[in-house]
Design a protein. Structure first.
Length: 399
């Protein structure tokens, strides 16, 4: 089997998703355009050399519909010969796109592929696709759908995570993200979105609040308290003895942001032919799913599957990028693999930096790769959980 090398990983600054946000006047294709251009400029190759584009997007409707992976590349001026596809595994979409692109290279079917993701929540909000899972009463009942915030609360109750522990993780995420921003740790992968005058619209991830206090977080009301009664009836179908309680607030939940990310993957022979410098390889990846009411634990099962296949132990992993899909999901993941806090989300994660759904996989992989290089460490894992219990994990190793 061929090695799938990571040649480059780029992303735009994440912007708060709101009506007057930094990217509110732009379309999803506008967020992807500078990334397509950056890949060819930074690595000096002709876009016609790329054999496929795999783009993750969780809400494929409106401006994010019509196979955005293909259309965005055309909009960016890439060759007509490059194909493209857009896929959805909820929050895992972008990471899954990268893994599927790597599998194409590993199988020898293709040798130069671009993958990543997009989500512009400001213009295409979550649930805008009106999917049956959360809009059709019959499907809702059959699949035991409830809001994922309640799933996070369920994990917190079952594992005994009190509000103070959830808030403490949030503060750490914001403080680490602010420090990384000040020290320029994100700049190697960051590509600005420019206005018509050529000036950057945004030059940093603007959801970070390094000045958060325990008192201000504690004062926030539970975000899903009004849904607990309905959620309890769903929970009892699977966990008869569980007593659901509202634990999470807006302060220890992932921030809504707009974002986009792309990763360039290639085989060894194509790297040599085009003069590309590989930075790391995708050693292994896995997807899995867990019970859909608890929902936010699928990445644990995917990681267990990955570790078993590779023969590695959690102690063999130098750095972990685990998407902060609510604080309890991260605490549960950390507990499961006994991860030292100093090895986990060392530059903050989605609670501070934001979770642009389909773009998150590429964001986390870029952050992980940059940080492995900065610290001169060999190995790291990206893990993301998603709706209905799905989860994805990816192991990368530096060359």
């Amino acid at each position: 089997m061929n090695d799938a090398y990571i040649v480059d990983a780029v992303r735009i600054p994440r912007a708060k998703a709101k009506k007057d946000g930094a990217y509110a006047s732009l379309r999803p294709v506008d967020l992807l355009l500078p990334l397509f251009q950056a890949l060819t400029q930074r690595n000096e190759f002709d876009s016609a050399e790329v054999e496929d584009i795999l783009l993750g997007c969780s809400t494929q409707s409106g401006e994010q519909g019509a196979n955005l992976g293909k259309i965005a590349s055309l909009y960016a001026g890439w060759s007509n010969e490059v194909s493209g596809v857009t896929l959805n595994r909820f929050c895992c979409s972008g990471l899954d796109a990268i893994n599927l692109a790597a599998s194409k290279v590993m199988a020898g079917m293709e040798s130069l592929v671009v993958a990543g993701g997009i989500e512009q929540i400001t213009r295409v909000p979550m649930f805008a696709d009106n999917g049956a899972w959360y809009s059709d009463p019959k499907v809702i009942e059959a699949t035991r759908f409830m809001h994922m915030g309640l799933s996070a609360d369920l994990i917190a109750v079952q594992e005994g995570y009190e509000r103070e522990a959830l808030d403490e993780l949030s503060i750490r995420s914001h403080q680490r993200a602010e420090e990384a921003t000040i020290k320029g740790y994100f700049l190697g992968s960051m590509v600005p979105v420019n206005n018509q005058d050529g000036a950057a619209i945004l030059s940093y991830d603007n959801a970070v609040r390094g000045d958060l206090s325990r008192e201000s977080l504690a004062a926030l009301p539970p975000a899903f308290e009004s849904f607990v009664e309905d959620g309890q009836r769903v929970v009892e179908q699977v966990y008869p003895n569980a007593q659901l309680a509202a634990r999470h607030s807006a302060g220890n939940a992932p921030a809504f942001v707009d974002g986009a990310s792309l990763v360039l993957l290639a085989s060894k022979t194509r790297c040599q032919a085009l003069g590309l410098r590989p930075r790391a390889r995708v050693r292994h990846f896995a997807n899995a799913s867990d019970e859909p009411v608890k929902m936010l634990t699928g990445h644990i099962r995917a990681t267990e599957k990955l570790l078993k296949a590779t023969g590695l132990r959690p102690a063999d992993i130098n750095l972990w990028e685990v998407n902060e899909s609510f604080a309890a999901s991260v605490l549960k993941y950390q507990q499961q693999f006994d991860i030292p806090t100093e090895h986990l989300n060392v530059n903050g994660s989605a609670i501070a930096l934001g979770h642009p759904l389909g773009a998150t996989g590429g964001n986390l992989l870029a952050t992980l790769l940059d940080e492995l290089e900065r610290r001169d460490l060999p190995r790291g894992i990206v893990a993301i959980c998603g709706g209905a219990g799905v989860g994805v994990a990816t192991l990368i190793e530096r060359i």
